[in-house]
Design a protein around this ligand. Sequence first.
Ligand code: URA
Length: 259
Amino acid sequence: MERIDKFISDRTPMSRKDVKLLLKQGGITVNGQTVQDSSLKINPETDSVNAGGRTLVYRKNTCVMLNKPDGYVCSTRDGRSETVLSLVPEELRTKDMFPAGRLDKDSKGFVFLTDDGDLAHRMLSPKKHLTKCYLVRLENEYDERYEELFASGLEIDGGEICLPAKVCGISHDRHFAFVGLDEGKYHQVKRMFQAAGNKVLSLFRVQIGGLVIDGNLAPGECLEVFNNDIEKMLSQFDFSDARKSVEICFWSYLINNKL
Ligand code: URA
């Protein structure tokens, strides 16, 4: 059983305060009956909740946002190292859960885990071009020439050609860059900077599609994500807006995650 205000605010852009107001206005029904009490407990699996004309569907799958620390591998099993699954608390971990997409063992930041195979397929499909954004610490200073180089489809070692990618410097520190990639080749960010004559010292994934990692998540912490955030993740976003947000959160990313 779950409180109705939490159930609705987890699945829509509404805050709990907005939900309370809408309840008062008679805009919410449970199984067709108007309800007004924000502490009302509902059964998300069987009750039909309608908020402002929209019926909220119960997701039978579980989706998790993890702030991955380094030292963990993005797989469900590994003989030698701990996997990201071991960081998911028991109450959120389900039998079929797996990381949808990979970060290297020494990379940090946003990993999305789910037991929803269709969703993972949609996220990882090359056709979807779900952009992933990374904050990286560089050995040498950022060079503005990277912008053209990355945009033109860089050739990385072994002769692979990358899709056009976006990159920019961070105004607070010349040794950091923010990168947006529409694909995920093996060690891609590291190899792109290497091809450009630099070296990645640490890498933190900030964003998957339109969904940014929750800045309050400490390394190793998780939270459950719901429909509203999944829609955000699958939606388009503007790279220059993402860059502005990273500039604002830069110091907290840096300090909280020891980048
Ligand atoms: N690119 C890398 O080089 N490493 C990662 O973990 C992710 C992207």
